[in-house]
Write a protein that binds this ligand. Structure first.
Ligand code: KIV
Ligand code: ZN
Length: 385
């Protein structure tokens, strides 16, 4: 089994979600919960970006004990110094230095030549290494970077002292086949690939962030960056809870394990949703309200006989109380009778048949039949007698 580490950037990339702004107290609350959830590294913020971010990184560095605490920095000495200052109380600090390497970013955003970019990586990674034991370098927009140049940039960073290389799919452009091949290419062309931690960092613009992270793991990445509930710029980042549970449920395939404490999943997700104000879609994998709900009669019958028929994740594994069998027009007699019995009614067979027929008529007119509807339906039937 290989060990996969989780790097959570809910408080940095996640806070880049339009409309999201955590205060320091909220950030510390989230950081402590992420620690309880088993996250290995937390990116607490971008210290030079604002006094508030600096303060939050400092507060988190002093508040957590097991997690590595990372701060983001551009390839600028003042960014690195500010991150160093913010992280000085951290038990295990890490710096995350980044610089774009794609043609489009170098030409239009940075206005730097490829040679200047390589020189800046060399200088600033070395400077970061003079202050930190753990230095991560990210070639921003790596998936749209010329592959030969990406190898040069990554090798330059490693030679200058980077201990972690993160490969960002900054604009969510890649797909699992291509992203997996990119990690293979790096594995085959970077001299000391095995001495360095390689990490994935994906965005979800094409809906492939989770699949891309898993493809990276299949091809040599041992760390995954993401956010809780997948919040982040535009369509968001890789949802950590999805990758973590996929590795666990498909351990047979990935042959990997992590330190994630699965029964803290729902609690962590709920906290981030509440403090970010970003609600979770009902059909969201792992943590959506419908993820453990079975509506059709065939599914309900199967689940009542054995949950494994339609549930690959046991709700309690992720801290969800139980599955649910909402009653709607597609529901069958098994689920209906079970719910009626749970409500305390002991109906004879003909009464049950009659009640089920009335239920079907009602269910055709409503999205969902509630407990109150059931009481009314059975009370009406008893009164008619
Ligand atoms: O998406 C991205 O490229 C980033 C970098 C700062 C790593 O978030
Ligand atoms: Zn990002």
């Amino acid at each position: 089994m290989k060990k996969i580490q989780f790097f959570d950037t809910t408080l940095r990339d996640g806070e880049q979600t339009p409309g999201v702004n955590f205060n320091t107290e909220e950030k510390v609350q989230i950081a402590k919960q992420l620690e309880a959830y088993g996250i290995d590294v937390i990116e607490a913020g971008f210290p030079i970006s604002s006094p508030g971010d600096f303060e939050a990184v400092r507060a988190i560095a002093g508040a957590v004990s097991h997690m590595t605490v990372a701060g983001l920095a551009r390839c600028r000495k003042e960014d690195i110094d500010r991150a160093h200052e913010a992280l000085k109380d951290a038990a295990d600090p890490q710096i995350h230095v980044f610089l774009a390497t794609s043609d489009i970013h170098m030409k239009y955003k940075l206005k730097m030549t490829p040679e200047e970019v390589l020189a800046s990586i060399k200088e600033h990674v070395a400077y970061a290494r003079s202050k930190f034991e753990k230095v991560q370098f990210s070639p921003e927009d790596a998936t749209r970077t010329n592959k030969d140049f990406l190898v040069k940039a990554v090798q330059t960073a490693i030679d200058a002292g980077a201990t972690i290389i993160n490969i960002p799919d900054t604009v969510g452009y890649t797909n699992p086949t291509e992203y997996g091949a990119l990690f293979r290419h790096l594995r085959e062309n970077i001299a000391n690939f095995a001495d360095v931690t390689f990490s994935s960092h994906c965005h979800d613009d094409l809906g492939m962030a989770t699949a891309n992270a898993l493809a990276a793991i299949e091809n040599g990445a041992t760390r995954v960056e993401g956010t809780m509930n997948g919040i982040g710029e535009r369509a968001g980042n890789t949802a950590i809870e999805e990758v973590a549970i996929a590795l666990h449920i498909r351990k047979d395939f990935y042959q990997a394990e992590s330190s994630i404490v699965f029964n803290q999943t729902k609690r962590t997700s709920d906290l981030v949703s509440r403090l970010s104000g970003v609600s979770i879609p009902r059909n969201k994998a792992v943590i959506g309200a419908n993820a453990y709900a079975h509506e059709s009669g065939i599914h309900q019958d199967g689940v009542l006989k054995n949950p494994d028929t339609y549930e690959i994740i046991t709700p309690s594994l992720v801290g969800v109380d139980s599955n649910s069998l909402p009653l709607g027009k597609l529901s069958g007699k098994h689920a209906f009778a079970t719910r009626v019995a749970e409500l305390g009614y002991d109906l004879a067979a003909d009464e049950m048949n009659d009640a089920f027929k009335r239920f079907k008529v009602l269910a055709d007119k409503k999205k969902q039949v509630t407990v109150d509807d059931l009481h009314a339906l059975i009370a009406g039937q008893t009164q008619e007698k």
